[in-house]
Design a protein around this ligand. Structure first.
Ligand code: TMP
Ligand code: ASP
Length: 234
């Protein structure tokens, strides 16, 4: 079923299939941080992120969010629609953490009065710089109409994910998602939603249950990812 390797990213590989409209996404255990400067392997991460993404994409799809996911094939592989990914990292911040605490001197843990929508230009050579809507449109990364759709979908995804994580005692601090365009020009959620791409804090203890455990050398990284999956499946 899996054919030529089409693309290899830091945490995933994309393979062709017999059907040009479908690809297979393979989740690796490789982990990087700080634009690839810090590299390691997180045992079982690929399997855990595939399962977490599968669960969350199914939940979002049931609630009217179109996604690229067709089906989970095995522990580390998902069959997906072949989409053209917009070179944008779409970020929502509900609580201050990570880069915004340095950029704007906001104290970590500060709740924002409304979700903050950010865009970064996906370009490793430039270090994925923060851009605004006008940059994205003027650089031809996305059209104004497409961006309006992406923004509306992203705010809806945030509301749905916040509710889902609240049920399992976790605060959705922030997350990064990516969108793609299908061959029929439909905009769909793509890539993954996992502890690699979100910040999750346990409500009762403020314990970090995401990739910050790797970024900050906090230990028990695999256990944190396992905890997220167990609670979602719980
Ligand atoms: P940041 O605070 O480092 O800007 O990250 C914001 C969110 O985006 C956080 O949930 C982690 C996620 N993220 C990625 O998924 N990939 C990345 O390359 C970066 C820098 C952040
Ligand atoms: N995944 C990104 C990288 O390697 C950064 C991050 O998630 O912190 O470099």
């Amino acid at each position: 079923m899996k054919q030529a390797l089409l693309y290899e990213g830091k945490a995933k590989q994309i393979y062709a299939t017999e059907n040009p409209n479908q690809v297979i996404m393979y989740y690796k255990d490789d982990a990087t941080a700080f634009n690839g400067i810090k590299k390691s392997v997180i045992a079982e991460k690929g399997r855990l992120n595939a399962a977490i993404t599968n669960h969350l994409f199914a939940y979002l799809s049931e609630n009217g969010v179109p996604t690229h996911l067709i089906e989970q094939l095995n522990e580390r592989e998902q069959l997906c629609h072949n989409v053209e990914i917009f070179p944008l990292e779409v970020i929502i911040r509900n609580i201050a953490a990570g880069s915004i605490t340095k950029r704007l001197a906001v104290v970590e843990g500060t709740s924002f009065t409304q979700p903050i929508f950010e865009l970064c230009y996906k370009n490793d050579d430039l270090g994925d710089p923060l851009i605004n809507d006008d940059h994205a449109i003027a650089l031809g990364l996305i059209t104004a109409e497409q961006l309006a759709q992406v923004k509306a979908l992203t705010l809806k995804i945030n509301t749905l994910l916040q509710a889902r994580f609240d049920e399992i005692g976790i605060d959705l601090v922030d997350f990064k998602i990516e969108f793609g365009k299908t061959t029929t020009n439909e905009i769909v959620l793509a890539d993954e939603i996992s502890p690699d791409s979100c910040r999750f804090w346990e409500q009762t203890t403020a314990r970090k249950l995401d990739k910050d455990r790797f970024r900050q050398d906090l230990g028990d990284v695999t256990q944190a990812y396992e905890e997220i999956l167990a609670r979602l499946l719980g």
